[in-house]
Design a protein around this ligand. Structure first.
Ligand code: DQA
Length: 151
């Protein structure tokens, strides 16, 4: 019997430089702004009947504190930006909190520079979606809600 979806609350974390979306390297990241991505997620969350709380920070510790404080949330959707490739600390925070986590990226990190091919988040995430622009977030939210509803 699937669980009622309106019970689910999801923390959406956007890492460093993602506040610049729309202006930042549009050939790689597109022209959609972070506000527009959050609106897209709000609209998808309403269709899925779940709640989301979006937070962007350029600071590793703020993201870690948000993960520690995610006790009331059922899952985490995260684009850790460049911290994806560097942060054992964010990886450890996700591992410690044991909240189902989906990793998303606008760009296909595996088609880019070699240093972007490794993700510290991937091994503690239930899955990763990479390369679909802003749509990666919507797909990631759908995948996370599906996981929560069926596990
Ligand atoms: C990114 C990919 C990262 O390599 C990069 O540092 C970012 C954005 C993406 O969404 O494609 O800041 O996470």
């Amino acid at each position: 019997m699937p669980k009622p979806l309106e019970l689910f609350s999801i923390l959406v974390l956007h890492g460093p430089n993602l506040n610049l979306l729309g202006k930042r390297e549009p050939g790689i990241y597109g022209v959609v702004t972070l506000d527009e991505i959050n609106c897209l997620l709000m609209s998808e969350a309403s269709k899925l009947q779940v709640q989301i709380l979006p937070l962007q920070s350029n600071h590793e510790g703020v993201l870690i504190d948000a993960i520690h404080n995610a006790t009331e949330h059922h899952g985490i959707l995260i684009n850790a930006g460049a911290y994806t490739h560097t942060s054992v600390a964010i990886r450890d925070a996700i591992s410690a909190m044991k909240k189902p986590t989906v990793e998303v990226h606008l760009s296909n990190i595996y088609q880019r520079e070699a240093f972007r091919h490794h993700s510290y988040i991937a091994s503690v995430a239930i899955g990763q979606i990479s390369g679909f622009g802003a749509e990666s977030y919507r797909l990631g939210l759908q995948a996370l809600v599906h996981h929560l509803a069926t596990n």
